[in-house]
Design a protein around this ligand. Structure first.
Ligand code: BJ8
Length: 424
């Protein structure tokens, strides 16, 4: 990575502590990603993005800020990027996937807080994440309790807007969500000083749909017998989708997909023949949380899909492009986002349908129910998911694990026992 110390220092970062993070990431990434065999050439772009993770994109954001392009940080796939980008601002996903940030997080939130929230709090208050330091506004949502309390903490330091996400999906809740989307638009307009026109919003609805379509194209390659790309690589691409420039992301991912098309014709897959195919469902995996995928794919199995927010929940369902008037577009946005089946909802039966459908669609042999520790909603939902999957004869195992690697050996042992049991 080039030298960005001047930029980081202008962002009021703790340079010394940040150096510690920069020192470990290349080796960590090298071990997990660069040692994979037969990777597609198109992954070079994404390697470059990771190698420049706190550099190039942050530089772009800060150059934009000089032209009054605001930076808006988000934490959940319920926040409509279309509105942020229509106002000329940039949206960046801020979820944090490393335990590097936990010591700083634990100074502020209880130790037994979900790793994702604890890391985000630590990254901000420890001043070791240039994305947080670049934000003009952060957007929270009333999803789980840990997040709700985090917004109160963030709001003491930075402009924080919280979208009130209903916890049920009745008509009155849907109506309420529509109002929240409208309020969010007003907030973004006030932060950017730009009133969004119908043309601008329509253009961004199309852009983000295009991004969803390219991700769908990428995921579809995983349905074939021996997928031409690893689950680990697809996870990385999805994680990068949260903060890369959308147009460039679409272009580079399409380019990779063209290569994958060729690989399919040549029957060029990345796994050993008959590798067991696993579907992952559960809590999101924020960058650089590659732990579960790495354990699975170094145990001769393949991750063929993720029913998570760093998986299909991020791109499933398009926003309807039928309406072009403001009221119609707000309705369509609200309706598309409300289709996301997060475990914070009650009841959440549709998530079970999603898992079963994906199991069939991606031709999986088993399901890994992944949950971060202290995530009550996802952990509790395991019981009903397990019961429904067992009725269908679908093998499932729950793995609850945080970011640290101390339990990696134990997980591998449990996983191997599960793989042996699969009908392969
Ligand atoms: S739509 S999954 S991104 S809320 S893992 S912080 S729920 S205690 S992340 Fe999520 Fe939106 Fe739902 Fe997706 Fe809380 Fe659980 Fe932690 Fe979580």
């Amino acid at each position: 990575m080039a030298d960005y110390r001047e930029m980081w220092s202008s962002l009021d970062m703790d340079l010394e502590k940040h150096d510690e993070l920069c020192a470990v990431l290349p080796e960590f990434y090298g071990e997990i990603y660069m040692e994979q065999e037969n990777r597609p050439e198109g992954m070079n772009y994404f390697n470059m993005v990771v190698s420049e993770i706190h550099g190039l994109r942050v530089k772009e954001l800060n150059e934009g800020k000089k032209e009054n392009k605001k930076v808006v940080g988000t934490f959940c796939v319920f926040v409509p990027d279309e509105i942020i980008t229509a106002a000329g601002a940039v949206s960046v996903g801020l979820c944090a996937g490393s335990d590097f940030w936990h010591p700083d997080g634990e100074k502020i939130v209880p130790k037994n807080t979900c790793p994702l929230v604890k890391a985000a709090v630590g990254a901000y208050f420890g001043k070791t994440c240039p994305y947080f330091q670049s934000c003009d506004l952060i957007v929270g949502e009333t999803t789980c309790d840990a997040k709700k309390k985090a917004w109160e903490i963030f709001s003491e330091e930075i402009d924080t807007h919280v979208m009130e996400l209903p916890q049920m999906k009745r008509d009155k809740n849907k109506k309420h969500w529509e109002e929240e989307v409208e309020l969010f638009k007003e907030k973004i307009e006030s932060v950017t000083g730009h009133n969004i026109t119908e043309e601008e919003l329509y253009e961004k609805i199309k852009l983000h749909n295009e991004k969803r379509n390219v991700l769908k194209r990428l995921y579809d390659f995983r349905k074939v017998d021996n997928p031409p790309i690893s689950g680990k690589d697809v996870l990385l691409i999805t994680q990068i989708a949260f903060y890369d420039d959308p147009k460039r992301f679409i272009e580079m991912t399409n380019k990779l997909c063209d290569e994958l098309d060729e690989r399919i014709k040549e029957n060029n897959g990345v796994y050993k023949e008959n590798a067991p195919r696993l579907l992952i469902t559960g809590t999101p995996m924020a960058i650089p949380n590659w732990k579960m995928h790495h354990i699975i794919e170094t145990s001769n199995a393949a991750v063929v899909a993720e029913e998570t927010c760093t998986g299909t929940k991020y791109f499933k369902n398009l926003v309807s492009e039928e309406e072009k008037d403001m009221e119609g577009m707000i309705k369509n946005l609200a309706s598309r986002y409300m289709k996301t089946n997060c475990a914070v909802f009650t009841p959440n039966k549709s998530r079970i349908d999603d898992i079963i459908n994906m199991y069939k669609e991606y031709r999986a042999d088993g399901v890994i129910y992944y949950s971060l520790p202290f995530c009550t909603c996802y952990a509790a939902e395991y019981m009903s998911v397990k019961e429904a999957l067992e009725k269908e004869g679908i093998p499932v195992i729950m793995i609850e694990t945080g970011y640290g690697l101390e339990d990696a050996g134990q997980i591998k042992t449990r996983l191997e026992a599960f793989l042996e049991m699969l009908d392969k």
